[in-house]
Every structure is written in structure tokens, then in C-alpha cells.
Design a protein around this ligand. Structure first.
Ligand code: ZN
Length: 447
């Protein structure tokens, strides 16, 4: 239990990613996560670590799960300093009652693996936190608890995270970097970069990359496309501009880095010209409903080391016993973690970035590398406070576990979409975000 078992915390994410890059069968998708499956799926739901009948009542303050009383058959649990209880099962709907004792209702917690929770009603309990718009007692913006004994708390120092882990922006993540970073930034001054943000009209128009290929990006034909018919390569103008910008930043800033091969980043599936899921026009949609529609999503290769180019290909071993596991089963040995971290960090500059999904073995390395690039001045504070990186180190049914060993997936928010929700398309959202907190998708902690 004390080993590097890491659980990724996600909200509902319907977005699974694309087909195997060298296959045309388009069947390499993860099925849609079962909407009844709960947003987090806490790994320790069967352990009664709460305070039994003698602890603090729901809504009261806590440091550890053990501080919090059970409520009937629901186990007490400490959530950022507020006692709640665990639901008896997945929330049937947002705020459902059936899984919770009277006076509490069921939601998951966005960005956490704790699983479905019974949020105390302010009308029924004394609330030590803040009452949210649902009338639930939620943790206050600065509320916290002890990450070593509470189910959902922010770490504040590496020592709290255990051996082999480090505290990055409140989350315990594996400390697996082995040096080799680029050193102090911010690196070269880059002029003539593509404009990052689309303003005015036409930002939602579906376009293609122009030119298709240059020193920064490489929109080559794949998944059955031909050079004269790249029918899977249409995306919103604002997303095209953001990716053009971020790949150009990497081409400029990282020109002297020795961590990988450098060069342009390969681009994968986007949408079809009419906004349909790639493959829909040939009767074989390559992605689940609710993702890769209307140009909000793009699959991109990883920046690589030791390969011929940065096109979509696996960055790690992904077979065991001769079977394709469709995810990394070993370290991503051909990932240029530094360039990809600079790329994703630059994508996170944009407030329009909803979420980026990567393989579960690449995610912790990228988080650590992004953190290092933040510390070293390569990435802006804006980017460093907007990291929405999703990955699953175990399959929690959120769509990221499979099929991201050869590409990462960027999803944009609609322009009018102000919340940081992570549900897109045909998925039920039973999650609450914490008031006044940055929502990060990647919350990880030692179990
Ligand atoms: Zn995708």
C-alpha cells in the first residue's frame, strides 16, 4: 500500500482518444465511460477510516478521516477540512438522495479520486466551510487537511507525500525526473509567433492548418487520409491558432535543447469538415460520442527522442504476454518529456484549454517536468496556475487510460463556457468543484 500506487482523480470525462495511428479500423476507442460509474471511484471505499459514531458531525472541521463521524451506514471522511460521508454507491444524479443519509446529498468531487460523497446540507448541519449554490456545505477556499490521513487534502511539502513522491501545486506526484532539464529559462526571445488567441468573429469556423506542415507542426495524412483528402483534419479556428502558437513556441524556445530530436509536432485526428467525428463519413466514427465533434478536440503526437520524427507512435512498451494492452506498460522511453512539457505548458496559457489527456505513465513525468519549467522560468505564472492535465494510472473509467500511449488529446472549452467542468458531450456530470480553488484534473496522492 505504501508503494507508488497512484490514483488519478478525474471528473467525468467523456473524451477518449483516437484510433491507433497506423490502423484504419477506427475501433481503437475506449467505450464511453458508464455514466453511472461515479466520477472518481475511490480505491479505498471499503475501508472504514472514519471516526465511527463519536467523531465530528458532517459539516464540522477535520484534519483526518478519523476525525469525522459516520452517519448511519455512511463512513466519515475529511474533505479539505470539512467532514462529509462517503456515499453508498455512485450518485444516481447530481444531488441524489438515495446513496446518502437524510440531510446530505450525493455529488462527486471534481479533481479527486475520493469517489461519490454525501455533501452535508447547510440547512441540516452546522457548516464550518461555505454554503455553495446547491445549499451544500463545501470547503472554504483556503480549507485544507492533512494529506497523510485525509481523503481529499492538498499537500504543502514533499515530506507529506512519502518516498518517491513530491508535492507539486498541492498534489503528490511521483518524483521520477532524473535531471536533464534545460536549466534556467526563459530562453530565446521569440518574434513572429502566430497569434495565440482568436478574437472577433469566425473563431468557431472549422478550418485546416495552413500551411499543412512547417518547422513547428506537421499535419500529415493518417488514419486513412490521403494527401489530397485530409478529411479528418478540420478544427475550430481558435484551436488551430492555439496549437499553431504552442508548437511554434516549442520550435523557438527549445531550439537548443538536447532532450529529443526536435522538429515539428505531428497532428492526428480533429473533426470532419462538417463537424462530425472523424470517420463518420465512412460509417466508422473513430471516437466516442461527445468528443472530436465540431472541432473542439485534437489528437497530437508526443515530442520524441530517438525516433525519426514526432509523428503519432507509441512512446513506451505497450504489450504484455504478446497482447496489445493499448496503454503504456513500461516507462515512456521515447518521450521527449521536456519539449512535451513546454508544449503542454504553453497550451495551458490559454484560459480556453479545457483539459489535456495523456497516458498514465507519461502524466506524472509531464507534471514534474512542467513544474520544473515553471520553477526555471520557461513557463508563465498564468500557465503554471492553469494545469489541467488528465491521466489515469489505473483505469478509473474516465476515458484516458487506453489509447493515449501514442498521442495526447487537447480539448477546448466553448467560449461561453465559464466553469471548469470537464464533461463534454454525452456524459452525466455529478461532480462539484470546490469554491475558490483552481480545479486541476490531475490530483494524485499516495495510497
Ligand atoms: Zn482524441
Amino acid at each position: 500500500m505504501e508503494s507508488l500506487r497512484v490514483v488519478l482523480m478525474l471528473v467525468f470525462v467523456a473524451a477518449a482518444c483516437g484510433p491507433a495511428p497506423d490502423s484504419n479500423n477506427n475501433n481503437g476507442e475506449t467505450p464511453m465511460p458508464d455514466a453511472s460509474g461515479g466520477g472518481g471511484g475511490g480505491g479505498d471505499a471499503g475501508t472504514d477510516s472514519g471516526g465511527g459514531t463519536t467523531g465530528t458531525a458532517p459539516g464540522g472541521t477535520c484534519s483526518c478521516d478519523a476525525d469525522c463521524a459516520d452517519d448511519g451506514g455512511n463512513q466519515g471522511v475529511c474533505i479539505y477540512g470539512v467532514c462529509m460521508t462517503k456515499a453508498t454507491g455512485a450518485c444516481a444524479s447530481a444531488g441524489s438522495q438515495g446513496e446518502c443519509p437524510t440531510g446530505s446529498r450525493c455529488w462527486t468531487l471534481d479533481g479527486s479520486s475520493v469517489g461519490p460523497l454525501c455533501w452535508p446540507d447547510c440547512s441540516a448541519h452546522t457548516c464550518s466551510g461555505t454554503c455553495d449554490s446547491d445549499g451544500s456545505c463545501a470547503p472554504a477556499a483556503q480549507g485544507n487537511c492533512d494529506v497523510t490521513c485525509g481523503s481529499a487534502c492538498s499537500c504543502t511539502m514533499d515530506a507529506q507525500c512519502g518516498n518517491g513522491m513530491q508535492c507539486v501545486q498541492g498534489d503528490c506526484v511521483p518524483d521520477m525526473m532524473t535531471g536533464g532539464g534545460p536549466g534556467p529559462g526563459p530562453g530565446p526571445t521569440c518574434t513572429g509567433l502566430p497569434v495565440r488567441d482568436c478574437t472577433g468573429t469566425g473563431c468557431g469556423t472549422l478550418v485546416t492548418f495552413s500551411p499543412r506542415t512547417n518547422a513547428a507542426w506537421d499535419d500529415y495524412p493518417l488514419n486513412g487520409e490521403t494527401a489530397s483528402n485530409q478529411y479528418r483534419s478540420y478544427l475550430r479556428k481558435d484551436l488551430m491558432m492555439l496549437v499553431s502558437y504552442a508548437t511554434s513556441v516549442v520550435a523557438c524556445k527549445a531550439q537548443g535543447w538536447t532532450s529529443g530530436i526536435g522538429g515539428a509536432l505531428g497532428l492526428g485526428d480533429m473533426s470532419e469538415a462538417n463537424g462530425a467525428i472523424p470517420g463518420a463519413s465512412i460509417g466508422s466514427p473513430g471516437h466516442p460520442p461527445g468528443t472530436h465533434t465540431n472541432g473542439f478536440d485534437i489528437d497530437l503526437a508526443y515530442y520524441q527522442a530517438g525516433t525519426a520524427n514526432n509523428r503519432l507512435r507509441a512512446i513506451c512498451p505497450y504489450t504484455s504476454n504478446g497482447q496489445d494492452q493499448s496503454h503504456c506498460v513500461g516507462a515512456p522511453t521515447t518521450l521527449d518529456v521536456w519539449r512535451h512539457a513546454l508544449f503542454l505548458g504553453t497550451i495551458f496559457e490559454s484560459p480556453r484549454t479545457r483539459v489535456v489527456g495523456v497516458d498514465g505513465k507519461a502524466g506524472p513525468m509531464l507534471i514534474a517536468a512542467i513544474d520544473q519549467l515553471c520553477d526555471d522560468g520557461w513557463l508563465s505564472a498564468t500557465a503554471c496556475n492553469n494545469i489541467a492535465l488528465a491521466y489515469e494510472t489505473t483505469n478509473m473509467g474516465n476515458g484516458w487510460y487506453y489509447h493515449h500511449h501514442h498521442h495526447s488529446h487537447i480539448s477546448l472549452k466553448p467560449a461561453s463556457f465559464l466553469s471548469n467542468g470537464f464533461c463534454l458531450g454525452d456524459c452525466a456530470n455529478t461532480g462539484k468543484a470546490l469554491p475558490g480553488r483552481d480545479l486541476r484534473v490531475h490530483r494524485v496522492r499516495a495510497q
